[in-house]
Design a protein around this ligand. Structure first.
Ligand code: GDP
Length: 296
């Protein structure tokens, strides 16, 4: 669908072979293409700016190696910078705290929060042999608590019994208490989303955090979120203080720019990615793969 960045840069820069160092003008021309590629991949504008500034610093004056073409060299600088920005490989959910370790899932409605909660619970149960309890705090959407219960029975993970009429914060306190009494290692709280960020949502998240003292707060976000990704990640991080990101729908045909945007503005690790609707379709994050995808 897109001409690769490598091809585009090749046609701009490869005439330069043998000229020594990359000049300011060469780099500026190349960066226009880099900027275009990032915007096409849906990286947020402010993140693109910071990113291209860093690449400019590294590229201007860089000696063009005889063995590679200038276009390839700029692609390599861009690729390395993408990986550095996307963060480390092999980030894991941190369970290094007294049991029950509380994991709070936050995000907008429809981002894949409930699905991801169940996927993580299954993973911790099967791979790490943890005893996991899940609880839905979504009292706004009538079917939400039932949805989590069904996913739990499908995956063999227990859910907190539903008591009608309880507030989200009361459910969170009850879940932590039940996990303590029941000898659970981990309790995962699936909070309610909204269609957009608003103050009542943030106030509710802050109160749940205060009552349940989570060790991990994971922001679940749709990887197809475009320019809004920055706003979303920043709002949750500034107000609630997230510890990591989970990007869903990475099986879609998006280029994954939201991953770069959210990581860049929060500095928080991308811990897992969702790659399908099924319960097993959760994977570790590999920055190199995303970098390749963003570059096209
Ligand atoms: P919530 O409102 O944030 O709790 O979102 P849900 O967990 O109910 O998910 C909304 C829809 O997205 C459901 O149809 C899920 O099956 C789907 N979904 C969640 N994660 C993924 C994913 O990684 N890939 C795909 N293709 N679909 C997903």
């Amino acid at each position: 669908m897109f001409e690769s960045l490598q091809d585009r840069l090749g046609s701009i820069l490869n005439g330069l072979t043998g000229r020594g160092a990359l000049s300011e003008a060469d780099v500026s021309a190349a960066l226009r293409e880099v900027r275009r590629a990032l915007l096409e991949a849906d990286v947020a504008l402010e993140v693109v700016r910071g990113f291209t500034d860093r690449v400019r610093e590294k590229a201007v004056g860089a000696e063009v190696l005889k063995s590679i073409k200038p276009g390839q060299m700029v692609v390599k600088i861009v690729h390395d910078e993408l990986i550095a920005t996307l963060g480390a490989e092999g980030e894991v959910i941190d369970l290094n705290a007294p049991a029950p370790v509380v994991i709070m899932m936050v995000g907008l409605q429809g981002s894949g929060k409930t699905t991801t909660t169940a996927k993580i619970a299954k993973r911790l149960t099967e791979r790490e042999r943890k005893k996991v309890l899940m609880a839905s705090l979504d009292t706004r959407r009538p079917a939400a608590q039932e949805q989590l219960r069904q996913l739990g029975s499908q995956t063999g993970v227990e859910t907190l019994p539903i008591i009608a009429g309880q507030s989200p914060t009361d459910i969170s306190a009850r879940a932590v208490q039940a996990a303590k009494l029941g000898g659970y290692d981990v309790v995962i709280l699936d909070t309610a989303g909204r269609t957009h960020i608003d103050e009542p949502l943030m106030a509710e998240m802050a109160e749940i955090k205060r009552r349940s003292n989570p060790h991990e707060i994971l922001l679940v976000a749709d990887s197809l979120t475009g320019q809004d990704a920055v706003n979303l990640a920043r709002s949750f991080d500034e107000r609630i203080g997230i510890t990591g990101l989970v990007l869903t729908r990475m099986d879609g045909d998006g280029r994954g720019g939201a991953a770069l945007s959210m990581r860049a503005v929060t500095g928080k690790p991308i811990k897992l990615i969702g790659v399908g609707e099924k319960m097993g379709e959760l994977e570790e994050f590999h920055p190199r793969r995303i970098a390749d995808r963003i570059l096209g």
